[in-house]
Ligand binder design. Structure first.
Ligand code: MG
Length: 325
């Protein structure tokens, strides 16, 4: 079945769409009430964020727009030391979209939400003219369990850890669009385990940030400017799989600037560097973590290259890859 404008009418077909696809996938006590707004119980400080997802293609190796829309928002909450609790989901569906694809996306969202421990508490569906596209907005709310984690909190002597191999989401999307056959999969994943374990092990975490659009280079520059410090990294320590490395070499891409959807940077007190690394490596989605460098006095990001030279690492300029998330 294809979605048509009548599915957005607010009438019988809209109810059918909501019941057969969205409530079937997400149903929970709060959502099932179908009130005008969800009423939630939360305690203490909360973190609150929103993100829109426009990736194309909708389904790709390692994930789909549904999984992405949960992981992206959940990870942003986690990066602030918050345990994600509830999400909202807004769907903008172009007429011509396949109901089967929508169902697959909704089921995938439900699975990712379960993995990340969040409930979808409210939602909305709109149908617009177009050619079968699907766009999703999710907002998320979580309880802050560790306050003070901030991009402005890093100090000289801190260690910088990356949670795993770089560039996989970017390479997977690009390969799909170019119709290249390879084994690269998007890394799209909720990072709850890594963050919760760091907090439970009492690691002095100063800053966390998920490494998404703009890549690691952009995140490291944000840390340097946010904390008014310098960042030094070593090219030989950057974790990149052989497959992504090969793909990058052919296309002239730099993993430092490639998007990820299941990777984060943790900046921790230097004295906790080893313990933090072990904690991340033993957490789900963290087994390829590496200490890649440290925070220093000064400004900007500098990298010691594989050949022993030193170069400045700037933020991403220009477009990057459009509609990657
Ligand atoms: Mg983020």
């Amino acid at each position: 079945m294809k979605i048509n404008m009548s599915h957005g009418s607010g009438g019988a077909q809209t109810s059918g769409l909501i019941n057969d696809i969205f409530l079937k996938a997400f149903g929970n006590k709060i959502l099932n009430r179908l009130e005008d707004a969800a009423v939630l119980s939360l305690s203490g400080k909360v973190a609150y964020t929103t993100d829109s997802f426009v990736v194309t293609p909708l389904i790709f190796a390692g994930g789909d727009i549904g999984r992405l829309s949960v992981c992206g928002t959940v990870n942003d909450l986690l990066m602030m030391g918050a345990v994600p609790k509830y999400l909202t989901a807004g769907f903008i569906i172009e007429e011509g979209a396949s109901a089967q694809t929508l169902e697959r996306i909704a089921q995938s969202m439900a699975k990712a939400a379960k993995e990340a421990g969040v409930k979808i508490a409210a939602g909305d569906t709109k149908v617009v003219e177009g050619s079968g596209g699907v766009y999703i907005n999710t907002s998320g709310i979580g309880e802050v369990v560790k306050s003070g984690i901030s991009i402005s909190n890093c100090k000289a002597g801190d260690a910088i850890i990356v949670s795993g191999n770089l560039g996989e989401h970017h390479a997977a999307i690009l390969a799909e669009r170019m119709d290249v056959q390879n084994n690269i999969k998007s890394d799209c994943a909720p990072l709850n385990a890594i963050v919760v374990n760091l907090i439970q092990n009492n690691i002095a975490v100063h800053c966390m940030r998920d490494v998404t659009r703009g890549g690691l280079a952009t995140v490291l520059n944000e840390i340097a400017s946010g904390s008014r410090c310098g960042v030094e990294i070593s090219e030989t320590q950057l974790p990149v799989s052989d497959e992504v490395r090969g793909f990058c070499d052919i296309l002239g891409l730099d993993p430092l600037y490639m998007a990820n959807e299941g990777k984060m940077v943790a900046v921790v007190s230097g004295r906790h560097a080893k313990k933090a690394l072990e904690t991340i490596k033993s957490s789900r989605y963290g087994k390829n973590a590496r200490i890649i460098g440290s925070v220093v006095e000064g400004k900007g990001v500098t990298m010691t290259t594989a050949l022993g030279g030193r170069r400045a690492v700037d933020v991403l300029y220009g477009e990057g890859l459009p509609r990657i998330c």
